[in-house]
Design a protein around this ligand. Sequence first.
Ligand code: C2E
Ligand code: MG
Ligand code: MG
Length: 419
Amino acid sequence: MATKDLYVISAGIAYLLDDEEDIVNILRDVVESLGLQARGFTCAADFLAQLSEMQAGSVILLDLQMPKIDGIEVMRRLATLPTPPALILISGHDAGVLYAAEKLGRAHRLEILASLHKPLRLAQLQEVIARHLPGQRSASEGESAPQRAVLHDTAPTLLPLLLKREELAAAIAGQQLVLYYQPQVEMASGRLAGVEALVRWQHPERGELLPDCFIPLAEQEGLIGDLTHWVMNQVVQQIGTWEKAGLRVTVSANISANNITSLTLPEQLSTLLSEHRLDPTRLTLEVTESALMGELVTSLDILTRLRLKGIRLSIDDFGTGYSSLSQLHRVPFTELKIDRTFVTTMAQDSEARSIVKTCVLLGHELDMQVVAEGVEDRATWDLLTDLGCDLAQGYHIARAMPGEEILPWLQRWMMAGVE
Ligand code: C2E
Ligand code: MG
Ligand code: MG
């Protein structure tokens, strides 16, 4: 898998977590023989206690079965880090358990370099680690050159660390951010239902940067309020421009967990919309499931008032977070967006297909519109149509593009339809 090949253990540190001391010692010998620094733990709580000091670009060798806190819980905690280290999973259980844990890790967007069975084959472990040491980049990596961005030239975990607060603040205040728009189409009719606004940073030296490189920085450095403010202003102007050109379109914009701690957000947005004489139903805010994990009372207050003002709410990346069903029921979402990790694999993976099917049923039961993101091919489109999914978004329909390209794309789309 491409991401496996991309990861570089650039920090040179291996964290070893196994409740058996003998195993930690064996692992230590292996990683030190490869020139890495080893930090061993036999207790998951001790390991978690130093989580905030953990360096990006490291690797963790993680035993899944440990007393009290198991490997699955450790993965869940790691997923909350802005740039989690990669993992090598180790288990004495059967292959099914390792496979399930690996899938869970990927659903958390963790880099899983390998899953290894106990008893360990040390040569295999050595080989896996060696493949990810600096200077060992694989041939397949060169083949999949990114389309527009240059950011992948640097190890993906390192780039966010190189970007500075002042640079991003200047980019938000200056003219370096741009919004791209990705179409969302109605599956039954093929009609354009809306577009999702996705931010990019045209960095003067590094080229075009994708949001995953700088949104976490904006969140950590207290810049996400300014960034969201910029996004919303652009969105309302763009809606106006399209309207003048005869295109009436709904726009979805992403907001962060930190945005839903600002109690004045509903008023600010509704003022902005009325200043531009826009109906609030033209705007959908996408909130990720994990954003709801924080101060639930405050976020419920804000989300409910946004709905009361007519703004639509979508639960983004659904299936990868932790929201309970009752929470989903309490927040007045109008739309459920199935995470693309399930959608992109559903044509090959029957379990992913079952999850998508369940999400469609759940969304409809709760009176929500269901969107599948990550629709990359015709087979996936057909499966989703059979499942009764409402909207589709993904490379099979169109990639995100500058605002002025939407109308020409739409003309081509209406001529050709989905192919
Ligand atoms: P998201 O909201 O889940 O957006 C969908 C992401 O999936 C986009 O990545 C999009 O380019 C990508 N995508 C769309 N179709 C396909 C497909 O068929 N296959 C695959 N593999 N990927 C597809 P992008 O633009 O890199 O954005 C990543 C994330 O950054 C977004 O995920 C969103 O959470 C966040 N983001 C983007 N813009 C903003 C923003 O203005 N504010 C905040 N707070 N977050 C943003
Ligand atoms: Mg989104
Ligand atoms: Mg999403």
